[in-house]
Design a protein around this ligand. Structure first.
Ligand SMILES: CC(C)(COP(=O)(O)OP(=O)(O)OC[C@H]1O[C@@H](n2cnc3c(N)ncnc32)[C@H](O)[C@@H]1OP(=O)(O)O)[C@@H](O)C(=O)NCCC(=O)NCCS
Length: 345
């Protein structure tokens, strides 16, 4: 255990002398499906090459959920692992928040299906949607319930079966995404470990950079909508890239400013894993050393909401992060949405 950083920086949550309550992340977990789709496999599906994908994105392979494996299944597995680490039983959960853009069905909520799979019968269950920013938005919402004394134990799960909304004929997008899930248990704990600050930003003016036209009330499923491939995600890659770098830099700086710490104090920067070039550009702009950046996009591609939670779990379980270390999470996604969070582990 490294020495607690608590005394040496400003915790924005402490401004009111913790008159609310404190909230810890008492366990994280993740789950990815077994099936691996490599760049070599993609070469057989669309006109692309391993060299192009590696050079432009850093991705080498991604995971694909099975035909009968759904977002709620991935979510339940990740949730169970986080609960094991937190030593929390299903009946202790007060609330389950699931962030996803690929729920099992438009309704009921995927969180209700996860509640059933976890047998967490006491827990209220609700879905949120902030695309790739879902983990930070979910953590912050969960923390508010704990600090307001509404709930003691909240499970935040981020899970995606993006392979179900990727157009496997579109080389511009299909090489980028993968399936997976991550989870965190948040609890009221009598010390300051946990989410010190969370920056959440949204900009609906740029909703058309990354979206899925079909399936909502604007474009319900018809033979035409299916034939014209409206039920797959669409993205303006170059514009999304530029916005991502700028937004992630701004959010990261704001989160550090709120805690009055310099980037050198951060043990591990865990950014949204969309593209290695985005991660490196953001790292350079915020003055992070390469060894501070956690990168696993090569193995999973972009798993949207799940990406930063899977990365956090791997950073913790591999020993890169010890109790008391400071972690900076940075996210960006459709909406547009973006954000950053400082965690004292
Ligand atoms: C998608 C992305 C990797 C493309 O990289 P890029 O450097 O911008 O590449 P370009 O868009 O300039 O495309 C260059 C060429 O490669 C081609 N190309 C696109 N996908 C390809 C693929 N899989 N294989 C081979 N060539 C491909 C394009 O058709 C284009 O060809 P052209 O010049 O003949 O038109 C990059 O824009 C990106 O990562 N964007 C952000 C994606 C993201 O993070 N989204 C999620 C945010 S949460």
């Amino acid at each position: 255990m490294s020495t607690s950083a608590a005394a040496k920086f400003t915790n924005p949550r402490a401004r009111f002398n913790f008159q609310g309550r404190t909230c810890s992340i008492s366990g994280v977990g993740s789950y990815v499906p077994a099936k691996i789709l490599t760049n070599a496999d993609l070469e057989k599906m669309v006109e692309t090459t391993d060299e192009w994908i590696t050079a432009r994105t850093g991705i080498k392979e991604r995971r694909l959920a099975g035909k009968d494996e759904f977002t709620s299944d991935l979510a339940a597995q990740a949730g169970l692992r986080a609960m094991e680490r937190a030593k929390v039983k299903p009946e202790e959960l007060d609330l389950i928040i699931v962030a996803t853009i690929t729920g099992d069905m438009p309704f009921p909520s995927t969180s209700c299906l996860v509640q059933q799979k976890l047998k967490a019968h006491r827990a209220a269950a609700v879905d949120i949607q902030a695309a790739c920013s879902g983990f930070i938005f979910g953590l912050e919402i969960a923390q508010q319930f704990i600090m307001s004394r509404t709930y003691d134990t909240v499970l935040v799960v981020v899970a995606e079966k993006l392979s179900s909304i990727v157009d496997w004929r579109d080389r511009n997008t299909c090489v980028l995404f993968g399936d997976g899930a991550g989870a965190a248990v948040l609890q009221n704990r009598p010390n300051a470990h946990g989410l010190l600050t969370a920056v959440m930003v949204s900009d609906g003016e740029k909703a058309d950079l990354l979206f899925m036209p079909g399936g909502g009330c604007r474009c319900p499923a018809t033979e035409e909508s299916v034939a014209s491939r409206q039920h797959f995600l669409r993205m303006e890659g170059k514009e999304t890239f530029k916005n991502a770098v700028q937004a992630m830099e701004t959010a990261a700086r704001e989160a550090l400013r709120r805690c009055e710490i310099d980037i050198s104090r951060i043990k591990c920067v865990v950014p949204h894993q969309a593209n290695r070039r985005i991660i490196e550009a953001v790292g350079e702009r915020i003055g992070a050393r390469p060894d501070q950046l956690f990168i696993n996009v090569d193995r999973y591609g972009n798993t949207s909401a799940a990406s930063v939670a899977i990365a956090l779990d791997e950073a913790v379980s591999s020993g890169r992060v010890q109790r008391g270390d400071l972690i900076l999470l940075v996210v960006f996604g459709a909406g547009l949405t973006w954000g950053a969070a400082v965690i004292e582990w």
